[in-house]
Write a protein that binds this ligand. Sequence first.
Ligand code: HPA
Ligand code: ZN
Length: 325
Amino acid sequence: MSEKIDPALPKVELHLHFEGAAPPAFIRGLAKEKNLDISKIFTEDGGYAYRDFWHFLEVYEAATSTLQTPEDFHRLCLAVLEDRARDGVVYAETFLSPDFCGGGDVSAWREYLHAIEEAAAIGQRDFGITLKGIVTAIRHFGPEKSRPAAICAVETKGDFLTGFGIAGDEKMHHPKDFTWAFDCAREAGLRLTAHAGEWGGAKSVRDALDYLKPERIGHGVQAIDDLALVDRLAEDRVVLEVCPGSNVFLGVYPSFPAHPVDKLREREVIVTLSTDDPPFFRTTLVQEYEALAKAFSWTEADFRAINADAARAAFCDAATKDRIL
Ligand code: HPA
Ligand code: ZN
């Protein structure tokens, strides 16, 4: 029997796509208000419908097309924070894309960001959750679009906006095509993370480390196929933002017991736990903890240690870390 994990255990979630956290009912409501027909992206039971990761990216963009104004993003932020509160999350970081918020234009982006920040302040007051933003380039939108995204991040870096990263289709383009954006963000003092090793294998993790030099890797789990790389991650204290339920739902691994997160921990890689795009993968952070406790006999002490590591790896100042630890 696995130990029962208290659902209220305080949690730190570092890997959460903002639009990907949108409850389907919220997106359906927006579509109705705006007279948009996106019925084909929903299943009969009201969830998101897609065949595989690449179709997921298309459905993600269709859902995002309903988010058109700063006010829409403000409302989304409150909905996302309400869900996080239900999971016991006390601190979260979320990926934000200027491509979806003004198309990379800095002054439009400022308005969207302002609306999201205002909602984050309400979330702090009402739910006691601290939220930070990470501007994220979208790999399959191409290197050209990553430059304005980085400029948006640099121009709005501050207490709320603390990081820069890259997500999207890892099989498109090479990390070296994004060095300009990452160098620009690094020089401005933004903290860096890159999606790699979700679909692109261990080599993709190596390339991300070599060319983009992030301190955290989104997913990174396929590093397990190259033990020298696993040792490098452990020695260099690169933090993995692991999203086991996402990987299982999308078929990267067949089940929780087959997921490499336990082996990575055994080899002293720093792992953190997140949900990625929770309603898309029909998961919550509480469900992730339950499944991991069952698969690997992890105890509440394991989850507390993982959350302490996540707090240390958070893209926020020391005072905030002290408060959330
Ligand atoms: N992986 C890569 N890119 C993404 C994801 C994801 O899970 N969600 C949104 N963009
Ligand atoms: Zn992700």
